[in-house]
Ligand binder design. Structure first.
Ligand SMILES: Cc1cc2nc3c(=O)[nH]c(=O)nc-3n(C[C@H](O)[C@H](O)[C@H](O)COP(=O)(O)OP(=O)(O)OC[C@H]3O[C@@H](n4cnc5c(N)ncnc54)[C@H](O)[C@@H]3O)c2cc1C
Length: 464
């Protein structure tokens, strides 16, 4: 890349084109997970699809790989060369109450979609962290807070604007480009940079939800609560969405006094059912004993982010995940021993109940796999100085202990680095879907320009 090449690119795009060390460089290549430092040859801060197209053409002409950064909630590998395209400036958003759809640019966060849709009594199928990028979330599958009731976010995508690896901007639907439309929903930037999506909204203004916080500092009590929650999940209808987290909360002034600095078992509830019915369904959980806090209430959908209470501030962490076909007492014991209050490294373990609409195929098939899973476990730990190996070992011990019940892994919860190596990425897909993705990768990205990601390796044989 010569100075002239960069000057030509700068003349073509509206957004900034930054080289290492230039003003704004560090901000532009950083996202929510500060443990991953991208060190590309150049960053293009795209303002629209034309900028993305120019950046992909620029990289392609020089044989450079392309990586994408949205809000940085789910990096897979660090982009240590090539061209990094950031999407944060692509914030166009419109809601159509008649067709019950939203059109959103690649840089839009789900909380904005929720705010724009709410006056029409509509809601996007958002995940636990409304401040995460909506497009990265949806293309990765999009596991919503209300997933058991309404299914996967990716299944609600109606149209996609994408710049494919041949540097062509396309507007695609299930009808116009069935292969590409199938592959992007589940394998994301292996097939290009999505500049915008049109997705369905659901008629929903409120829900009943919140959290029940129990003291979980004693491992035996934590195990008892986990087992009781699991048994309860076998009794609930698919309108009930729930997860449990085991975590030591920080001793921070912003937190309510009863939970501050304490190890808690936090049971989360989210249901579109009327509050009275929600109250009735959670009665067995309330009977498990005294709660440190009980926040269950009728909520506007725009406050659904308070249910999990994911932290909004950037931090360094890594994590791992397993989709499970069941959760018996033996697994509950292993989870508490390896990820609970006495775990070898401080960890947050979260288990979500799957099933219901998540287990059914969407209206238009996609690459989002492992729909038969009954639970999904995720383990996360913050990274300090030099503890990455200890964290990886502790997470691996927990995930390995669950191997007999593991059906696969969910792409966007699998962490970064070794956790996102190709052998692990393969476990996110059904075998026949993986084979199809590899053939499509060879067809749409024969130069493997999009390889700094959860990488699908192109098939070496035929394509298509
Ligand atoms: C606190 C927290 C809570 C979460 N909760 C949920 C949840 O409830 N449900 C759920 O499903 N997920 C959840 N996630 C995962 C999250 O949805 C993914 O990490 C998602 O990728 C976030 O989008 P992003 O813009 O931050 O992606 P980034 O980290 O910026 O990018 C990650 C990858 O996404 C792909 N990508 C991003 N933008 C584009 C694009 N425009 N075109 C093509 N590919 C692109 C690329 O492969 C890129 O490498 C959570 C993550 C966090 C940190």
């Amino acid at each position: 890349m010569t100075h002239d090449h960069i000057a030509a690119l700068r003349a073509e795009v509206r957004g900034p084109v930054l080289l290492p060390g230039e003003d704004g460089w560090d901000d532009e290549r950083s996202g929510f997970n500060t443990a991953v430092r991208h060190r590309p040859d150049a960053v293009v801060g795209a303002r629209g699809a034309d900028d993305v197209r120019a950046a992909v053409a620029f990289a392609r002409a020089r044989g450079l790989p392309v990586a994408v950064l949205g809000t940085g909630h789910g990096p897979s590998v660090a982009a240590d060369h090539g061209v990094l395209i950031t999407t944060r400036r692509m914030t166009a958003l419109s809601v159509d109450p008649v067709t019950r759809t939203a059109r959103l640019g690649a840089g839009v966060r789900m909380e904005r979609v929720a705010a724009e849709a709410a006056p029409h009594g509509l809601a996007p199928l958002g995940g636990s962290a409304p401040f995460a990028g909506a497009v990265g979330y949806l293309l990765g599958g999009g596991l919503p807070v209300l997933g058991r009731t309404y299914g996967w976010g990716a299944d609600r995508i109606r149209a996609i604007d994408v710049v494919t690896p041949d540097a062509t901007a396309r507007h695609i639907t299930a009808e116009s480009d069935p292969d590409l439309f199938w592959a992007l929903r589940g394998a994301r930037d292996n097939f290009g940079v999505v500049t915008g999506v049109e997705c369905e909204l659901i008629p929903l203004a409120r829900l009943f939800g919140g959290g029940l916080f129990f003291d979980g500092g004693d491992p035996a009590r934590a195990r008892e609560l986990l087992t009781a929650w699991q048994r309860w999940t076998e009794t609930v209808p698919e309108e009930m969405n729930t997860s449990v987290a085991m975590v030591r909360l920080p001793d921070a002034p912003g937190l309510p006094e009863p939970v501050r600095g304490r190890y808690v078992v936090h049971i989360r509830i989210a249901t579109p059912l009327e509050a009275a019915e929600g109250e009735r369904l959670v009665a067995p959980l309330r009977a498990l004993g005294p709660r440190l806090i009980d926040t269950l209430a009728d909520l506007p959908w725009t406050r659904a982010g308070s249910i999990h209470g994911d932290p909004p501030t950037p931090m360094a962490w890594n994590g791992d995940t397993a989709l499970l076909d069941g959760l018996a007492e033996a697994e509950a014991g292993a989870i508490v021993e390896l990820g609970g209050p006495g775990a070898p490294v401080p960890s947050i373990v979260e288990i979500r109940l799957m099933g219901g609409a998540l287990s059914r195929p969407g209206p238009v098939p996609s690459a989002v796999g492992h729909r038969s899973a009954r639970y999904i476990l995720t383990v996360l730990s913050r990274l300090g100085n030099g503890d990455a190996q200890a964290v990886a070992a502790a997470h691996r011990a927990l995930i390995d202990a669950l191997a007999p019940r593991t059906t696969g892994r969910f792409l966007t919860f699998m962490g970064f680095g070794e956790n996102a190596a190709p052998d692990r990425v393969r476990t996110a897909y059904e075998p026949e879907d993986l084979a199809r993705l590899a053939r499509l990768k060879a067809r749409f990205d024969p130069r493997d320009t999009f390889r700094l990601n959860h990488h699908i390796e192109p098939a070496t044989g035929g394509t298509g």
